[in-house]
Design a protein around this ligand. Structure first.
Ligand SMILES: O=C([O-])CC(=O)C(=O)O
Ligand SMILES: [Mg+2]
Length: 233
């Protein structure tokens, strides 16, 4: 096989009933129950203006060559409605991987739910108003090459997180969390419980009944020194 130029047309998909339930849970709660692993680096930011704050979908993974969008064009041709395209880019921050034309095709013709780039985009004057979730590291007028190599539906690293084809992608205004599809049922149950606990904590924080005893208890366990005096050199 031509490693570096492989385009897999098929991917193992997640359980869609389980996947869709993640839509009710913030990306932060879901990452927290995976021991705070699985959230993408904050360089990857929401660039568009979706009406729906949280979306979830199966990953269509793209391993782009630095600053080159040939395989991203192919992924757009392959995408199914509701997919979330996730693009790695060898750390390049100098070339926009896509612009308004490609993103309009993704939103209006292909109806993808979202697209995540570990790199910059351009034509932000238009993309900032789009309803599709578009995440990227920034903007530059500098354009992409269209030469390859590159791969589709292989494991990638995006925003310091491993993403396999068909993993569950959860996007909200905080950023992007990836749920490995094989662990989705277990993570969902834990995330639902975590969210319920978080809601109780939030209510207590608002109605002045928060119990903060755990902070001093934890400091004591870790042998912190609490000094009843001012700091002096
Ligand atoms: O030139 C490109 O490939 C990207 C671009 O600006 C667009 O999609 O509008
Ligand atoms: Mg353009």
């Amino acid at each position: 096989m031509a490693v570096g130029k492989r385009i897999f047309l098929k991917r193992e998909m997640p359980d869609l009933e389980i996947m869709n339930q993640f839509k009710e849970i913030p990306a932060s709660n879901t990452a927290d129950v995976m021991n705070r692993v699985g959230a993408m680096h904050p360089r990857i930011n929401l660039m568009s203006s979706p009406d729906e704050p949280i979306i979830v979908g199966p990953a269509l993974t793209v391993k782009a060559r630095a600053g080159d969008n040939l395989v991203i064009h192919k992924a757009l041709n392959m995408a199914q409605e509701g997919d979330i395209i996730v693009v790695s880019n060898e750390g390049d921050m100098t070339r926009a991987l896509v612009g308004e034309v490609m993103m309009a095709y993704a939103q209006y013709t292909k109806k993808v739910a979202g697209i995540i780039f570990d790199g910059p985009i351009r034509d932000i004057d238009a993309i900032q108003h789009m309803k599709m979730h578009v995440y990227a590291t920034g903007t530059t007028p500098g354009g992409p090459y269209k030469e390859g190599p590159g791969e589709i539906n292989v494991p990638i690293a995006c925003g310091e997180v491993t993403v396999e084809p068909g993993d569950i992608v959860l996007c909200d205004p905080d950023g992007v969390t990836i749920i490995p599809k094989g662990e989705a049922a277990v993570v969902l149950e834990a995330a639902k419980k975590f969210k319920a606990e978080d809601e109780k904590k939030l209510a207590a924080a608002k109605n002045e009944t928060a119990n903060r005893d755990w902070v001093d208890k934890s400091l004591a366990e870790k042998e912190f020194e609490i000094i009843d005096d001012v700091y002096r050199r």
